[in-house]
Design a protein around this ligand. Structure first.
Ligand code: MIC
Ligand code: SF4
Length: 641
């Protein structure tokens, strides 16, 4: 039997387990990536491991999220991260150099290697033929120290691409079409592997748009083969030697196959407040638009921005639209500057932002009240833009620029003959904002600002738990609901006591004070709980508030792993309908939790308020059980050292 591309790479990196879907495997990690919003915690955790130098082939620390310096906090964090990078053998991408995923694709990604990143969009590098997975900061810190990464072996879903995209339809529409078909839960427990004759018409940045938003499908990762298109991309990046041919065996078998004819895809748009709420752009024709934001790790490549520039040169932006553009990297900005694209963008009246995540994570450019904002980003969760009443739509750069010109949602095909942006034959490559690690690490001093507070550590799991339900939430709760981001809260990422005040604040402003007054408790949720970002703060901060267990119908992968890492029990109902018999405030008891967990038995929960009893699944691996009993991965690692 042949192997799929993902299986081939996983097999080469396998440390333990086998490739049976659902069983636990451990893999060797070649490269890691951290960004500043998750990286300070990951760095504190790496420091706590006491290892003198990273053991990966390449580790890179990016500053791209927390760049709005309204006080000392973010700037202090940047300085801390720079000193950690210099000391421990990590490359440092300075603030302004670009968004981690875009820069990693350009400068570091390697076909056939594994990449673990403390950001959920790490699978972007799958566009280059890598197995690239998002994880919590602690898992990444462990990988930097040479530890393997544990995960449940995913199923492999093949997407066979045929045909070619029509003018004004782009890679974003491909992934929006998949989101429409599969939903935000459709990729859970799967790797999406792309194949077929349609591949050759998609450039590496276009492939990266697709793998990037595989995260919104809930997929473990997504991957494209490494072919002639990949070779051309790496040649342009002056990295021809990093290329190798990688594809699935012709007789590989897949758990699922989806066919997608590129020529049949139309311009699509995701409506508020979920990336899978997708319809054709033409159906929303005429909706007035107040803001258009172009950028993010999904859609800010050279071709994306040149397309926008070319359209703007002809038309100019509408007077009622605030148009902002954040290039994905300094490389993109330098190249569109050199060939006049930036001048067209500026002349059209766009507000040009620095090369960072910016508005995508609510770091500035919050739209006005009730505004319609069209964004080329990947997430439109409620409140993420910074304005709770805003209506955020996700679309391609083509659809975004059409709205910027006409002041209303417009099918970009109205713009006439399609623009074709050819990749330049020479690219400006300038790595001056990437600092290699110090040659004299012993001389480097770690610089810590006053906002960096020590990492809180959990207690081991007691024999029994008893507490009340502090909050009950619906399906598809995101980590943006659990631990919101934005310009006000993000600077507190290295200060757990301070950030914990904002846990669930989008849903329930009193949550933190109630949790503190009660000395902790439980949270009850629906399907796909914890989807979205990899931020381990969505586990760490609730842990700090005394949350002992989260009881839901199902979990999103990264969040579930983060809960385990910080010793919060992630429990799933055996009978999902039990959810309906619980109300906020109910008193729950887990009389034998430790013993049941250890003995691989279902975990019993008594609802003493309602006089009912529920059974919870115990699907954990032996290692996960040991981590939960120890009160988290740090305690477990210390015990086993
Ligand atoms: C996001 O897009 O939500 C983020 C901000 O990049 C997060 C990471 C974080 O919260 O720091 C992610 O996707 O993992
Ligand atoms: Fe940054 Fe947005 Fe990408 Fe997250 S999704 S890494 S915030 S650009």
């Amino acid at each position: 039997m042949g192997f799929t591309l993902a299986q081939k790479i996983l097999k080469k990196h396998l440390v333990s387990g086998d490739l049976t879907p659902g069983s636990e495997i451990a893999i060797r990690i070649d490269q890691t990536l951290t960004q500043d919003a998750t990286g300070t915690m990951a760095s504190l955790q790496f420091e706590a491991l006491g290892i003198p130098k990273v053991k990966t082939k390449r580790s890179v620390s990016y500053v791209d999220h927390n760049t709005l310096q309204t006080g000392f906090e973010n700037a202090d964090d940047h300085r801390y991260l720079q000193s950690v990078a210099a000391k421990y053998g990590i490359y440092f991408s300075r603030p302004g150099n670009g968004i981690c995923h875009q820069v990693h694709l350009e400068r570091f990604g390697m076909p056939g290697q594994t990449l673990l990143g403390s950001d959920s969009h790490t699978p972007t590098a799958g566009g280059l033929g890598m197995i690239a997975i998002g994880a919590g900061g602690l898992d990444v810190a462990v990988a930097m120290g040479g530890g393997s990464f544990h995960l449940a072996m995913p199923k492999i879903c093949q997407v066979v691409l045929t045909g070619k995209l029509s003018p004004w339809v782009s890679a974003k529409d491909v992934i929006l079409e998949l989101l429409r078909r599969l939903t935000v839960k459709g990729g859970v427990g799967k790797i999406i592997e792309y194949a077929g004759p349609g591949l050759k018409s998609l450039s590496v940045p276009q492939r990266a748009t697709i793998t990037n938003m595989g995260a919104e499908l809930g997929a473990t990762t997504s991957i494209f083969p490494s072919d002639e298109v990949t070779r051309e991309f790496l040649k342009l990046q002056k990295r021809p030697k990093d290329w190798k041919l990688l594809e699935a065996d012709p007789n590989a078998t897949y758990d699922e196959v989806i066919e997608l004819d590129l020529s049949k895809i139309e311009p699509l748009i995701a409506q508020p407040h979920s990336p899978d709420n997708v319809i054709e752009v033409k159906k929303l024709r005429g909706t007035k638009v107040q803001q258009v934001a172009i950028g993010s790790c999904t859609n800010s490549s050279y071709t994306d921005l040149m397309t926008v520039a070319r359209v703007l040169r002809k038309h100019g932006a509408h007077k009622d639209v605030s148009l902002c553009i954040s290039p994905g990297s300094k490389q993109v900005l330098q190249n569109i500057t050199a060939n006049g694209g930036l001048a067209d963008i500026i002349s059209a009246g766009a507000r040009v932002l620095e090369c960072t995540c910016g508005p995508c994570i609510g770091m500035g450019q919050a739209p006005p009240s009730d505004a319609v904002s069209l964004r080329t980003f990947n997430r439109n969760f409620l409140g993420r833009s910074g304005t709770k009443s805003a209506q955020v739509y996700l679309c391609s750069p083509e659809t975004a620029v059409a709205a910027a010109i006409y002041g209303e949602i417009t099918d970009p095909r109205k713009l006439g003959a399609g623009v074709r942006i050819k990749a330049p034959t020479r690219f400006i490559i300038d790595d001056s904002m990437i600092l290699p690690p110090s040659r004299r690490p012993d001389k480097v001093e770690i610089i810590r600002g006053p906002n960096i507070k020590p990492l809180p550590i959990n207690e081991p799991l007691p024999d029994a738990l008893s507490s009340s339900v502090l909050l009950q939430v619906e399906d598809n709760i995101t980590t943006d609901h659990i631990m919101p981001a934005g310009a006000k809260i993000l600077p507190l990422r290295s200060n757990i006591p301070a950030i914990s005040e904002y846990v669930f604040s989008v849903v329930d402003a009193q949550f933190a004070s109630r949790a503190k007054a009660a000395g902790g408790g439980f949270v009850v949720g629906g399907e796909n709980y914890g989807q979205g970002s990899s931020r381990e703060h969505a586990a760490l901060a609730p842990m700090y508030l005394g949350i002992k267990a989260v009881m839901v119908k199902s979990f999103a992968r990264i969040h579930q792993a983060n809960l385990i890492n910080f010793g919060i029990l992630p429990l799933q109902f055996k009978v999902p309908a039990d959810y309906d018999t619980i109300s906020p405030g109910d008193r729950l008891e887990l009389p034998n939790v430790k013993e049941e967990l250890q003995a691989d038995k279902p975990i019993r929960v008594k609802n003493t308020t309602k006089g009912r009893e529920y059974l919870m699944q115990n699907p954990f691996s032996e290692r996960q059980r040991a981590i939960l009993i120890a009160g988290g991965l740090l305690n477990y690692t210390k015990q086993s050292a």
